[in-house]
Design a binder for this molecule. Structure first.
Ligand code: FPP
Length: 249
C-alpha cells in the first residue's frame, strides 16, 4: 500500500499508518478558560474552538482515519446562560453551512448524533440538509454530538428494543451487546479506538459510554482552541504504543 497520497506533515513521521485508530472521539474542553486567559468573552473561545476543529478533521481525513466523533453540545449544556447557548447554536449552524462547501469539498460525511427534537427548526433543517448533501462522500465520517448524552442514547436504545419485544418482533433471549450497539446513534460504525480530552480534565462526561468499553483514553492539559495537528499526531503515536488486550493476555 502506498502512503504517498497522505499529506504527511513533518511531525507525523513516527506514525504507523498501518495501525491508525479507525475511530477517534474528541471531548473538546477548555474553550471558556482559553477565552478567560485572554480577557475575551467565552464566545470567542468557542469560535476559536470551531477553527481548531476544522484543522483536526481535515488532518484526520488526510491521514486516512475513517471516523471522528466530536462532543459539541451535551444534553447538560442547556444549563449554561442563554446567551452562550444561543452563540453555540449559531456557531453550529454556521459550521454546518460552511461544511457544505469546505469540509464537503474535502469529501467528509457529516452526521449529527443526539436528540434533534429540542433543537430549533432552522437547525434541524440545516442538519438534514448537510447530512443529505454529504451522505455520498467517501472520506471521513464526522459525527457531531449535538444535544447528545450517552445515558439518553442508551435509554433510547433500550426503549426501541423493548418495543420490538412487545411487538413480537424479537425474543427477549435474542438481546445481546450487538443488538444494543445496533440501536445507538453510532449504529454501523466501529467503536472509538481512541478518546481524546483536552483541558486537563480527566473524565468522560456522559460521552459514548457504551461505545468506549475498550477505547484508549488520552488526556492533555492543552485547551481545545490551542489543540493542533501536532497534538493529534502525539495522541496517535501514544495510542500506537499502547498494548490493547481487550481482556485477553
Ligand atoms: C467545552 O468547553 C466546549 C463546549 C461545551 C463546546 C464545544 C464546541 C466547540 C469546540 C465549537 C463548536 C463546535 C462545532 C462542531 C462547530 P467549555 O466551554 O466547557 O470550556 P471551560 O471548561 O474552559 O469553561
Amino acid at each position: 500500500m502506498s502512503f504517498l497520497k497522505f499529506k504527511k506533515s513533518k511531525a507525523a513521521h513516527n506514525i504507523d499508518y498501518e495501525n491508525l485508530p479507525e475511530h477517534i472521539g474528541v471531548i473538546m474542553d477548555g474553550n471558556g478558560r482559553w477565552a478567560k486567559k485572554r480577557g475575551l468573552p467565552r464566545s470567542a473561545g468557542h469560535s476559536a474552538g470551531a477553527d481548531a476543529l476544522k484543522k483536526i478533521v481535515t488532518e484526520c481525513n488526510n491521514m486516512g482515519i475513517k471516523y471522528i466523533t466530536v462532543y459539541a453540545f451535551s444534553t447538560e449544556n442547556w444549563k449554561r446562560p442563554k446567551e452562550e447557548v444561543d452563540y453555540l447554536m449559531n456557531l453550529l449552524m454556521d459550521y454546518l453551512k460552511n461544511a457544505e462547501t469546505t469540509l464537503a469539498g474535502e469529501n467528509v460525511v457529516i452526521k449529527a448524533i443526539g436528540i434533534r427534537e429540542n433543537l430549533s427548526e432552522e437547525l434541524q433543517f440545516q442538519i438534514n440538509k448537510t447530512e443529505e448533501f454529504t451522505k455520498n462522500n467517501t472520506g471521513i465520517v464526522m459525527n457531531i454530538a449535538l444535544n447528545y448524552g450517552a445515558r439518553e442514547e442508551i435509554v433510547r436504545a433500550v426503549k426501541n428494543i423493548c418495543k420490538c419485544v412487545n411487538d413480537g418482533d424479537m425474543d427477549i433471549d435474542d438481546i445481546n451487546a450487538q443488538i444494543i450497539s445496533d440501536n445507538l446513534y453510532t449504529q454501523n460504525q466501529p467503536d472509538p479506538d481512541l478518546i481524546i480530552r483536552t483541558s486537563g480534565e480527566e473524565r468522560i462526561s456522559n460521552f459514548l459510554l457504551w461505545q468506549l468499553a475498550y477505547s484508549e483514553l488520552w488526556f492533555t492539559d492543552k485547551l481545545w482552541p490551542d489543540f493542533r495537528v501536532e497534538d493529534l499526531h502525539k495522541a496517535i503515536c501514544d495510542f500506537q504504543a499502547r498494548n490493547r488486550r481487550y481482556g485477553g493476555v
